[in-house]
Design a protein. Structure first.
Length: 272
């Protein structure tokens, strides 16, 4: 069977129609096969756990590249709908923050033992972030060593672009980073990535983005207990680990966060 029309393109893969009911996620040549196998396995696990996730059919080779066949979800990404409403009814956009929070708490309500360690993933990101100085890397790893671990299911790439608003409700995609750990770093990464959207939207929309983020955090706190102090403490290791992804427009911004958080950490130690 041949792949159908191109539906979308991301950093790691292209999405093609496969037939009326399925899509092909065809990975870029540079993606290690282990990443693809991991996403296929982890998506099966969370689907079987009952979360709103596309069904996965299996791994396939197409045109010399490796892909995964998924159930086709009709709908649009959350950011597409938000952008449509920014001009016509921006007052309704915080509701999307609530939806994001409700989905995130549903993930964090589960424990699935057979998953990679989130702490290990964060440490790997920090150790391999080329733009970090060695001194910043060591200091950040020292902070990470002090952070509390956990056993909660985490997505670790949970942001609006990974939510499809379908007729049957919101669907969560891209489970390559699914892991077990403390939910606070998972939330911290969601906040960091969402704040990073400011680089791709007009300045006059920044306040709308802030209201979306504020509502996400407020709604999450209404459903599940969260420590704002712990959340702040995770900002440093999460920003440092994110640098390993080497997204050009985020590089200087993330470096500034790392420097700011390291200064705050140093001041806190000296004061105590």
């Amino acid at each position: 069977m041949k792949k159908g029309p191109l539906i979308g393109t991301g950093r790691t893969a292209e999405i093609y129609a496969w037939d009326d009911d399925r899509i092909l996620k065809l990975f870029m040549d540079w993606c290690p096969h282990s990443w693809i196998e991991r996403e296929e396995r982890l998506t099966r696990i969370v689907y079987e756990a009952g979360l709103p996730v596309p069904a996965v059919e299996g791994i396939i080779e197409v045109d010399g590249r490796t892909g995964i066949i998924f159930e086709r979800i009709e709908g649009r990404s959350m950011p597409d709908l938000i952008m449509d409403e920014m001009a016509s009814s921006p007052e309704g956009i915080p509701r999307y923050g609530e939806i994001l929070a409700e989905l995130h708490t549903s993930i964090h309500s589960l424990e699935i033992p057979d998953l990679p360690s989130l702490r290990d993933m964060i440490e790997h990101g920090i150790r391999n972030a080329k733009a970090l100085s060695e001194d910043s890397r060591l200091q950040t790893l020292q902070v990470l060593d002090q952070m509390q671990d956990g056993t909660t299911l985490c997505h670790y790439d949970f942001h609006p672009y990974n939510i499809i608003m379908s007729p049957r409700g919101p669907i969560i995609i891209d489970w390559m980073n699914a892991s077990r750990g403390n939910p606070h770093p998972d939330i911290a990464r969601t906040l960091l990535i969402s704040q990073g959207f400011q680089h791709s939207i007009p300045t006059n929309l920044h306040s709308t983005l802030r209201s979306f983020i504020d509502r996400y955090l407020a709604r999450y706190s209404e459903i599940r207990e969260i420590s704002l102090e712990e959340l702040k403490a995770w900002r440093l290791p999460i920003a440092a680990a994110r640098m390993n992804e080497d997204i050009p427009y985020e590089r200087e911004w993330l470096l500034s966060i790392v420097r700011e958080e390291l200064m705050r950490e140093s001041h806190s130690r000296n004061c105590c």
